[in-house]
Design a protein around this ligand. Structure first.
Ligand SMILES: Nc1ncnc2c1ncn2[C@@H]1O[C@H](COP(=O)(O)OP(=O)(O)OP(=O)(O)O)[C@@H](O)[C@H]1O
Ligand SMILES: [Mg+2]
Length: 281
């Protein structure tokens, strides 16, 4: 089964990209997929959400992008059935250095392609700005998941992003496709219903049937450095991300392999860090 690289992208901020990266990835791992998460955002929210404080990050995505010789394995951290390439603030400086370097936006794709044999899914958390890092992610990805906040619908924003995706497709990454649009922070309001109807009218079956309900547990979990499955495994948030993982697996033809899945290890409330910082050196 060939590896699938999925970028979670929307240039609008705060729509649930990081929340989706963390919890969809852990849900896919719970179904037995071998998952690598790559934090492509200098904010480092995915890294922190998996319980790695920025100060304890050694090698990170910055090193991988800058150092041609560094093997990707050297920057991978291990968690509960899941692996991570972390990001720190230094990545924003690296992004500035990438401007003007020949083909710099293909570096990430090249490095990640060496990991296609090792993982069945690689999930990228993409920053909310058009720039070299977003370009790097769109060049590395096979497909995209676009989260959209149910309380606001801006077709103009989506059109800008579709134009950007088309540019990449016509240029350096012809295989790039949209795997699906995902409604996040969904609730019972009329607005959420209208946003959903309008999205389905525009994009039909590309809209995932799974919707992520607004759920306070999803908001709490990253501050504790936990995924929703470690923080509140019976919450709506956990239920919704499992449903999404099932739909994503179906679209990608990923088999469920519960024997390969490790499940969630039990952490007491004082043990905030399910992921082992320090990495595979
Ligand atoms: N379904 C949800 N229910 C409640 N809160 C949510 C939900 N999804 C995300 N949030 C919260 O909304 C905020 C924004 O989410 P998140 O960080 O995932 O968005 P983002 O798109 O990654 O943002 P950015 O563009 O800054 O990277 C966070 O505080 C997060 O905890
Ligand atoms: Mg984010």
């Amino acid at each position: 089964m060939p590896c699938q690289i999925i970028a979670i992208t929307n240039q609008k901020g705060g729509v649930g990209k990081t929340t989706t990266t963390i919890n969809l990835s852990q849900a896919l791992a719970l179904r037995g997929s071998k998952v690598l998460v790559v934090d492509v955002d200098p904010q480092g929210n995915t890294t922190q959400g998996f319980g790695i404080p920025p100060t304890s990050v050694g090698k990170s995505l910055s090193d991988l992008i800058l150092d041609r010789e560094l093997p990707a394995e050297a920057v991978i951290y291990e968690g509960d059935g899941i692996s991570l390439i972390p990001a720190t603030r230094r990545l924003s400086q690296v992004e500035r250095e990438l401007v003007g370097m020949t083909n710099s936006e293909l570096r990430l794709a090249r490095k990640l392609s060496t990991l296609r044999e090792t993982f069945s899914v690689i999930v990228l958390d993409v920053p909310p700005t058009f720039g070299p890092l977003m370009n790097s992610a769109l060049n590395a990805a096979d497909s995209l998941i676009v989260p959209l906040d149910s309380s606001y619908f801006g077709m103009t924003g989506i059109k800008d992003m579709l134009t950007e995706i088309e540019e990449i497709r016509l240029g350096t990454n012809p295989k790039l496709e949209i795997l699906g649009f995902l409604l996040t922070m969904s609730d019972q309001t009329r607005m959420a219903g209208e946003v959903c109807d309008e999205l389905v009218a525009s994009f039909g079956e590309k809209v995932f049937s799974a919707k992520i309900r607004r759920n306070v547990k999803l908001k709490e979990a990253p501050a504790l450095g936990k995924t929703i499955f470690h923080h509140a495994p019976t919450s709506h948030g956990a239920e919704d991300y499992l449903a999404l993982a099932e739909e994503v697996s179906f679209r990608l033809n990923l088999p469920e392999d519960l024997q390969a899945a490790q499940g969630i290890s039990q952490h007491g409330p004082e043990e905030a860090h399910p992921m082992i910082a320090g990495g595979v050196q």
